[in-house]
Design a protein around this ligand. Structure first.
Ligand code: ZN
Length: 262
């Protein structure tokens, strides 16, 4: 049986999950299909037949950085992996990046729109240069309403940090897929499929995936935005080959994170 790895999920501590989901609904004018808790995330994955999860959380303020990283690390298991968070205004960036590694977190997640900086801002150089060659970074990319995380700015980061392992979320640029094709697709980075397949025609998604190269594409649900069963349904409807499915759903994630899962 093929294993399935969801590279892009979110969960929040129970007391803020409701508020976080409301915020996402309002901000993106969507309707989340999960309640945002770790319990619901695990339930959704189980119902959808998903074996492994990578969980992300984002500190929108520098004061939240340590608590968020500690919270994620407390929820790791055989099947649940995590990325940490950092903020350019946080005081001890290098120390916290070290602590993130020591907590067993495998990479970093950045959300420039929610965290309030341009992805290519020089204040982020300390982060990129510290993790370059050491840990991957998943970066929210694209938002037609702001310029913080535009594909064009992300391309500047790829230019300046050629050995940084970047995963550009949402097929390289949420709501800016044309810009993503122009600046990100085919570049030296990974992309994930999250929060995209409901928004663009399947033919366009397939063309982006193949143009970028199936070895550097990762399946993601962006839970609680989508539940696993519905996102997998959309993914399989793309009609990719069995070999392409295997890579995107499992092998690429397993290799990228060096997990040796079977
Ligand atoms: Zn995300």
């Amino acid at each position: 049986m093929r294993k399935i790895f969801d590279f892009h999920t979110h969960a929040y501590p129970a007391k803020v999950a409701g508020k976080s989901v409301d915020f996402l609904d309002n901000y993106y004018k969507v309707s989340c299909n999960g309640d945002g808790t770790m319990e619901d995330l695990l339930k959704s994955a189980k119902e959808g037949g998903v074996d492994y999860l990578l969980v992300h959380a984002v500190a929108t303020k520098p004061t939240q950085v340590e608590n968020v990283n500690t919270w994620i690390s407390e929820h790791l298991s055989e099947n649940v992996f995590g990325f940490g968070t950092i903020h350019p205004e946080y005081e001890n960036i290098k120390e916290e990046l070290k602590r993130i590694r020591s907590l067993g977190l495998l990479g970093l997640k950045l959300h420039p729109d929610f965290q309030g900086y341009f992805v290519d801002d020089p204040s982020m150089d300390i982060v990129y240069s510290d993790i370059e060659g050491k840990m991957p970074v998943l970066i929210h990319s694209g938002d037609v309403n702001t310029d913080f995380s535009s594909p064009k700015r992300l391309a500047n980061v790829l230019d300046r940090f050629p050995n940084l392992t970047v995963i550009a979320a949402h097929l390289g640029g949420y709501s800016e897929w044309d810009q993503a094709e122009r600046f990100i697709i085919g570049r030296n980075c990974y992309i994930d499929t999250s929060s995209s397949l409901w928004a663009i025609p399947p033919e366009k998604a397939v063309s982006i995936i193949r143009k970028h190269g199936v070895n550097r594409v990762l399946f993601g649900t962006d839970f609680p935005l989508a539940r696993h069963s519905e996102e997998l349904e959309r993914f399989f409807a793309l009609g990719l080959t069995e070999e392409e499915n295997n890579k995107i759903l499992f092998e690429n994630a397993n290799n990228l994170l060096n997990l040796h899962l079977r």
